[in-house]
Design a protein around this ligand. Structure first.
Ligand code: ACO
Length: 427
């Protein structure tokens, strides 16, 4: 069976910059913050959902299977099945794709699919030697053995493993994500000034979208237990300039690197949900879709050049539907790094790359910046890794509707050398 699948509605929290200490919300808190008002504005009862799927990369110990914890806290009922998916930065898109396939194939009618991430809550973990020592202490019988174990304590037991640093490092190549972006900058000759100009534009577009109300209804306020209210993505710097960015030092490869804090995605907390439904559910509940999900594609490549995966995922997807570059009215390409997005744009225009890597006769084409990330991206609004794939699909649907255009692709690179892409059409 192959039924049409529609995106009905969706919402996210403001994306909140991680500021070196745990932020006000855990992953499930974030999912509940935007999930509750989203469900309250639906004309159907929350018990109507057939399934809840939530992407999350860094699950915290108190919230194992965050999808289930969020579903219960959202009042979806004890009989609601909910599972969590993890494919690094693709997790929030994976939840949508899984829901899309279930509905398309006819086993489900209406599914809540989201992504959540609180990078500010990434754990500090004891190192291996300390963990072994705790085991020794546990096994020690009686005070004498325990006293002996104490004599084995070493000062370096107390230098923790920083979960965030490890999580953003590829375990196969040992390159961190920023270094993989540097590989692409070198391969495609991306200049620092071009990357900085791209980043400045990202901030300007997000600031304009916030000011002109284009995120209203998509971004819902979040309320901290400390009484704080968070209404907007707080990493935006409307006054950012190429001159200011030029002064920043490289973050990952000193002194020659092109990636700086100004042209990299920000480390951020945030959650996003979308509601997907079949035509049966649309009729049953009187719903009005925002967009139709047409198809999806996942790809894999060398982890050291993971940033090119939007090219290897989105191009076959477009071509499967007979679509050329110009047929896509809007693109959302997750801005892991400015140089990484620019490398994708360069690869799409490169005859040799498209022939050798994608097996096409010639280049895919030039993506007009006017069609790409029209309201900013992860450089300006941040990149809660398990959430971003969900956000770009949701925002693409809203932006397509607002501009009255027909087709869009949301695509992203995924740490570990993978990529995801989804094709949407006007409903
Ligand atoms: C598959 C994938 O998606 S891979 C991607 C996964 N994600 C990542 O790898 C995360 C990448 N990003 C990072 O690791 C971090 O953001 C880093 C290391 C690049 C920078 O971290 P930080 O040093 O904490 O950056 P931070 O944003 O605080 O900026 C540091 C300083 O740079 C300057 N700065 C940053 N952005 C700007 C800007 N747009 N304009 C002017 N100054 C700026 C400021 O002085 C800022 O300090 P301030 O906030 O006190 O004013």
């Amino acid at each position: 069976m192959s039924r049409p699948v529609y995106l009905i509605d969706g919402a996210r929290t403001p994306f909140l910059k991680a500021r070196g200490r745990p932020g006000p919300f855990t992953p499930v808190d974030l999912a509940v913050q935007c999930g509750r008002p989203l469900l309250m504005r639906q004309p159907f009862d929350a018990s109507a959902f057939d399934l809840v799927i939530l992407g999350c990369v860094n699950v915290i110990q108190d919230e194992m299977n965050p999808a289930r914890v969020a579903a219960l806290r959202l009042g979806l009922g004890e009989d609601q099945v909910a599972f969590t998916v993890q494919i690094n930065c693709g997790s929030g898109m994976q939840s949508i794709d899984t829901a899309f396939r279930y509905i398309r194939e006819g086993s489900h009618e209406i599914v809540l699919a989201g992504g959540t991430e609180a990078l500010s809550h990434a754990p500090l973990v004891y190192n291996r030697e300390a963990t072994e020592w705790f085991g020794e202490m546990n096994r020690a019988q009686g005070p004498l053995d325990k006293a002996k174990a104490f004599t084995d304590v070493r000062p370096d037991f107390f230098s923790p493993v920083i979960g965030l640093e490890r999580g953003l490092t590829d375990p196969i190549t040992s390159l961190n994500m920023g270094q993989t972006a540097e590989v692409l900058a070198h391969r495609f000759g991306i200049e620092r000034a071009t990357a900085d100009a791209y980043a400045v534009e990202s901030h300007k577009r997000l600031a304009a979208a916030q000011e002109q109300g284009r995120l209203d209804g998509e971004v819902l306020p979040a309320f901290g237990r400390d009484g704080s209210t968070h209404r907007h993505d707080d990493g935006v710097r409307p006054n950012s300039s190429i001159e200011k960015l030029a002064k920043l030092d490289p973050a990952f490869e000193k002194p020659w690197g092109k990636v700086t804090p100004g042209n990299a995605s920000q480390i951020t907390d945030g959650a996003s949900w979308v509601i997907l439904a079949s035509e049966t559910a649309i009729e049953a509940h009187g719903l009005t879709p925002i967009a139709r999900l047409v198809d999806s594609e996942w790809s894999a490549l060398d982890p050291a050049i993971m940033g090119l995966a939007p090219v290897t995922a989105a191009t076959p997807l477009a071509q499967r539907h007979g679509l050329d570059c110009d047929d896509i009215d809007l693109w959302e390409i997750n801005e892991a790094f400015a140089v990484q997005v620019l490398a994708c744009l360069a690869a799409w225009q490169d005859d040799d790359f498209c022939r050798d890597v994608l097996g096409y006769d010639s280049a895919f084409g030039r993506i007009d910046r006017g069609r790409l990330n029209v309201d900013g991206g992860a450089i300006s609004l941040g990149h809660p890794v398990g959430t971003s794939g969900n956000r770009i699909v949701l925002h693409l649907a809203n932006a397509m509707k607002a501009r009255g255009v027909r087709r869009g692709i949301a695509t992203e690179c995924i740490g570990g050398g993978q990529g995801g892409a989804m094709l949407l059409e006007a409903a």
